[in-house]
Each structure stands twice: as structure tokens, then as C-alpha cells.
Ligand binder design. Structure first.
Ligand code: SF4
Length: 209
């Protein structure tokens, strides 16, 4: 008997978008398992392996159930790396249900999937991203690790249209992490870089999921 294709899902939950330009918006999160990178600073390492195979219809069923108690228009596909798996079918089904869709990606994997909001976050050491994201990204969010320097930011600012915000997100909410990010922001401003700003992970401040 033909079985529908499945996706490996780490968790599905309602929350508030705690990062980036959509910060503060009520959002239903679908965290996909697996990632093609292994960043040392990754804060979702638990999603690299663990998860449950689910059909698109069973994911939708769960989303709809949560939505009745938490009616919001946004669904965020995150990970791990959501584009590591073929999420095309899931995106199509979510669109049929009229959800707005955000994808948070490291942008290293190319897939022809149209969504409302791509958040791209190129990662060290090479900060590679697929060139198609120059047109697709709605924001470029950089985790400010010790290694992130002005040269990387300058290149990204040149690569992406100025209307696309370049966000500096401290690696953690510690004072030293914030200081490093602020130092980098000041350097960027002195270089004349536009549409660049500091952000923080507010869900970690308030202990939200
Ligand atoms: S790309 Fe993202 S999910 Fe993957 S290892 Fe790096 S920080 Fe973690």
C-alpha cells in the first residue's frame, strides 16, 4: 500500500516570535529535525537527530488543533535546518489553509519553494549562502559569534539590497556578547553601512519556548 511521504519533526508548538524583524508576533512553530551544518554555538542541537516521522496531513491536523486555541496567521518553519528536508508539500498545504509562512534557514540549500518571509542566517566559517537568497530573503540575521567581523558584514551589505535589514543578534544574552555585538555595530556605522541593527532573543529573556 502506498504510504504518504513523511517529514521528521522535532516539535510543533505555539509561541511568540522571539527573534528578528518579526519579533513579538504570535506564531505557530514547526521545528524540523536535522541540519547539514554542525555549528558549535547551535542552540537547537537537540533537533539534529531527534524527531518523529509525520505525514503532511498529520502535521496539519496538529497545527489546526493548536490554532483553535492560539489563532494566529503565521507559521514558522525552523530547525535544525528546515530546507534539509523537502518541505514543498507542507508549504503548499499550509498555504491552502491561508497561513503566512516564515522559513528560518542557514540558506545553504537550494529549493524552489516560495514563502512569505525567508529569514536567512549564513554561518561560519565561510558564511556561504545560495545566491538565490539575494532575491528571496526578507532579512539577514547574523549570530554575532567571536569570529564574526566587519569584513563579513560589509560583504553581506553589498550583496543584499539596502532595503533588506541586516540584523546583529548577540550569540547569547550575556553582557560580553552584547558588548561584542555593539562594538561591531559601531564599526559598521562608521563604515557608512545602512539598515543594520542590533536584536536579541527575547524568548530567552522571558523563558518562553
Ligand atoms: S545551521 Fe542553525 S540549526 Fe544548523 S547547526 Fe548551525 S545553528 Fe544549528
Amino acid at each position: 500500500m502506498h504510504r504518504p511521504p513523511t517529514l521528521k519533526i522535532n516539535e510543533i508548538f505555539p509561541s511568540i516570535q522571539g527573534e528578528g524583524f518579526r519579533l513579538g508576533e504570535p506564531t505557530l512553530f514547526i521545528r524540523l529535525s536535522g541540519c547539514n551544518l554542525k555549528c558549535a554555538f547551535c542552540d537547537t542541537k537537540y533537533a539534529w537527530q531527534t524527531g518523529q516521522e509525520m505525514s503532511v496531513e498529520s502535521i496539519l491536523k496538529k497545527i489546526k488543533k493548536i490554532h483553535t486555541a492560539f489563532p494566529t496567521e503565521w507559521v514558522c518553519l525552523t530547525g535544525g535546518e528546515p530546507l534539509f528536508q523537502n518541505i514543498g508539500g507542507l508549504v503548499r498545504r499550509l498555504k491552502v489553509e491561508d497561513f503566512k509562512i516564515q522559513v528560518e534557514t542557514n540558506a545553504t540549500i537550494s529549493r524552489r519553494i516560495g514563502v512569505d518571509w525567508y529569514t536567512i542566517s549564513p554561518k561560519p566559517p565561510d558564511y556561504f549562502y545560495q545566491p538565490e537568497f539575494r532575491k528571496k530573503a526578507k532579512e539577514v540575521k547574523m549570530v554575532v559569534t567571536k569570529g564574526l567581523d566587519l569584513g563579513v558584514l560589509k560583504k553581506l551589505r553589498q550583496d543584499f539590497p539596502e532595503k533588506i535589514p541586516l540584523l546583529l543578534q548577540p550569540q547569547s544574552n550575556s553582557k560580553s556578547s552584547g558588548k561584542h555585538a555593539l562594538r561591531l555595530l559601531r564599526q559598521a556605522l562608521k563604515e557608512g553601512m545602512k539598515n543594520i541593527r542590533l536584536t536579541a532573543q527575547i524568548h530567552k529573556i522571558f523563558g518562553w519556548r
